[in-house]
Design a protein around this ligand. Structure first.
Ligand code: CAA
Length: 256
């Protein structure tokens, strides 16, 4: 698929989301392709780890592709959300380390993808946020659960409810990213971490990932899928999504 570049080098797989003109927004085939590019290395003993990054210097991924939202029924939205959940959970539980190398905006579904990775390295110009409520929606790829888990409930409430963005320094301070580096050092830093991990016992690494992840539970994910899909067909989300596409401010007043 043209929107994804996959390169194997030095025992690592580098997966690059390649839609820079659309801020690397994630449509369903692209999310599927990212999942497949990860899973394909599962039994490949020559690949020790995975880096996921975005093409260009503006975005890692600016979220799910909003331009596909107006056509979605509630059933479609459940399917979209559930499939994203399954793929991102498989990445989270992948037995080899996966690092998000974040080179610009990581918003909505883009941040949710980054949060499903085991670690996040960001450039100094990276910006993080959950803008979904501006569209009349909520995060639909696990963000309500993973953000709270990573930065605590109070800060997750603040960022999801206000839709404000945070810069890389703030993301580092809150523990959302492991390290902030200059853009020229981004992939090299992720590679360095993965090469260190590659020297450890692979079976131990897979069990460490599995056990660290056990603290995240299923109940919140199920509730998120249902809310995301109900909101998708609400008048408020129809207005919020239309406003984004038409490049105007949404008017949520008087809409149910
Ligand atoms: N979906 C579809 N297209 C997107 C997009 C997205 N998430 N983000 C950006 N684009 C498109 C823009 O529409 C624009 O396309 P055109 O050239 O055809 O007009 C192009 O990418 C460039 O974007 P901007 O002109 O807006 O660039 P900017 O520098 O002025 O702003 C931005 C950058 C702040 C990232 C802004 O594009 C933006 O706010 N994007 C939307 C972010 C967002 O709301 N993400 C959440 C999506 S919903 C979601 O992810 C749900 C979920 O949890 C599953």
């Amino acid at each position: 698929m043209n929107d994804l570049t996959v390169k194997d080098e030095k025992g690592l797989r580098v997966i690059t989301i390649n839609r820079p003109k659309a801020m690397n927004a994630l449509n369903a085939p692209l999310i599927r392709a990212i999942g497949e590019a990860c899973q394909a290395t599962k039994d490949d003993a020559t690949i020790h780890g995975i880096i996921i990054t975005g093409a260009g210097d503006k975005a890692f991924a600016a979220g799910a592709d909003i331009k596909g939202f107006p056509e979605l029924s509630q059933e479609d939205a459940i399917q979209l959300s559930r499939e994203g959940h399954e793929i991102f959970t498989d990445i989270e539980n992948f037995p080899k380390p996966v690092i998000a190398a974040i080179n610009g905006y990581a918003l909505g579904g883009g941040l949710e993808l980054a949060m499903s990775c085991h670690m996040r390295i960001a450039t100094e110009n990276a910006m993080f946020g959950m803008p979904e409520v501006k569209l009349g929606l909520i995060p639909g790829y696990g963000g309500t659960q993973r953000l709270a888990h990573l930065i605590g409930k109070a800060k997750a409430m603040e960022f999801i409810l206000t839709a404000n963005m945070m810069d890389a320094r703030e993301a580092y301070r809150l523990g959302l990213v492991n390290e902030v580096v200059g853009s020229e050092a981004l992939v090299a830093k992720a590679e360095e971490l993965l090469q260190t991990i590659a020297k450890r016992g692979p079976l131990a690494i897979s069990h460490a990932i599995k056990n660290i992840n056990l603290s995240v539970t299923d109940q919140g994910f199920e509730s998120e899928i249902s809310s995301f899909a109900k909101l998708m067909v609400s008048d408020q989300a129809r207005e919020g999504v239309a406003a984004f596409i038409e490049k105007r401010k949404p008017d949520f007043k008087k809409l149910s």
